[in-house]
Design a protein around this ligand. Sequence first.
Ligand SMILES: Cc1cc2nc3c(=O)[nH]c(=O)nc-3n(C[C@H](O)[C@H](O)[C@H](O)COP(=O)(O)OP(=O)(O)OC[C@H]3O[C@@H](n4cnc5c(N)ncnc54)[C@H](O)[C@@H]3O)c2cc1C
Ligand code: SF4
Length: 495
Amino acid sequence: MGKPTGFLEYERKNAKVEEPLSRIKHFREFRTMLSKEEQKKQGARCMECGVPFCQSGMMIAGMASGCPLHNLVPETNDLVYHGNWEKAYERLTKTHCFPEFTSRVCPALCEAACTCNLNGDPVSVKENEKVIIETAFENGWVVPKAPKTRTGKKVAIVGSGPSGLAAALQLNKRGHLVTVFERKDRIGGLLRYGIPNMKLDKKVIDRRIKLMQEEGIVFRTGVDVGKDIKAEELLKEFDRVILACGASNPRDLKVPGREAKNIFFAVDFLSMVTKSLLDSEFQDQKCDFVRGKDVVVIGGGDTGNDCVGTSIRLGAKSVVQLEMMPKAPDSRTPNNPWPEWPRICKTDYGQEEAIAVFGHDPRIYQTTVTEFIKDEAGNVQKAKLVTLEPKKDEATGRMNMVPVKGSEKIISAQVVLIAAGFLGSQKYVTDAFKVAVNERTNVKTEPDQYETSVPRVFTAGDMHRGQSLVVWAIQEGKKAAHAVDESLMGYTNLN
Ligand SMILES: Cc1cc2nc3c(=O)[nH]c(=O)nc-3n(C[C@H](O)[C@H](O)[C@H](O)COP(=O)(O)OP(=O)(O)OC[C@H]3O[C@@H](n4cnc5c(N)ncnc54)[C@H](O)[C@@H]3O)c2cc1C
Ligand code: SF4
């Protein structure tokens, strides 16, 4: 049991965050960590609830509440309070393969569900996790653990995002021979080429991949399965295949002028920026075209926010972020009580930076683009916007956002980034393996199962679940590994 009065004695204290006007000058991580002594007090705030919602990972009102990995949160918090960092690391990694990723990028479903929310601030579970894992790396406790014996069974994993990596780690642990195929030049999926470096330094991924290689996992980059290697070849060479290719089909905006130059899908743009950073620290000048330009980001979500922060770092003259829906409330409404996921308006790092640089929130709500206007050279120059209002469709009863007559206006836009979400898996891969897909083009399985319609082919992550979060991708990878191991060995002891 932790400190019974900890939550009464200590306020929540977060680690220092570099000021927006300073951090926009670089692409490095800008969140620091508390000292271990201070973090111990944060661990002491945990009430060790009899019913710890933080670790429940349940669906409530259609949204996930609590940690999907069912991390043993009260127990690790107690070990943090006692400064028993090594045991805390052991306890955390009983359920979690990659705390160094989620402790940087997770929206912390655990904290949203924490009981302390009822009367104040939640326990800082995410920062506790970061100090635990970074202390473990500092002290050399994170070492490669190659299996003592090999089963001789071979598993191919297509896609090296968090789901593919989690599946690889688990299956290798059981002694199977695992090869991860990745079409890009570097491993990591959206951890590498989606989430910007200032949120997740790519050295953190390299550090983990090195360990996984030392444990015996083979990584093959630059191999596009379904194009460079046929599905049949993979199925011939490997006993099982896991498709973990992500939900990489971006939702487009079909309006006149869409073909203009300098209109990008958000992930293509973010990927180009990270590649230029990693290849040459921007010396290749591939991202110079943003400097001094008016940038319009279409999509008010987290990916849009990453585009805002990235464009500011690249020297954009102005940045606006368009959102179709009305602004969410600033605090929970009565119909969205704890421990449901809070459907509230958050101002993320990119928006904070835009406020600091331009003096106002970049988001414009209830607005979309109806046309892009280009110059003679075909470069986008302007965007025609229209205001939207909610209107009930009498036939279906659904609320739709419809244009307000006479609300059109034109704004300057020399770079446009479309961050309007994803539409599921890519057809060439699912066609290559002939796996059935659902109406959203996610790979179809029975509920809570991971084997596809094709024997020996399994699936995990966004490709299965639809666009989601790193923590869910890790959970999917673990579950798929469990199913694969069971099908290979007749039983499994993977958790
Ligand atoms: C810009 C952006 C920011 C995000 N930020 C966050 C965040 O802060 N926190 C959070 O929790 N989640 C975030 N997400 C969501 C999160 O990144 C994803 O849910 C998660 O990465 C999905 O993991 P995955 O393993 O299923 O797929 P992915 O990470 O998409 O990886 C799939 C991999 O498969 C490879 N691949 C695809 N087809 C083939 C093929 N045929 N052959 C070989 N390789 C192939 C792809 O190149 C890719 O590397 C973000 C998403 C985006 C787009
Ligand atoms: S819900 Fe909050 S206070 Fe309760 S055990 Fe979990 S982290 Fe601790």
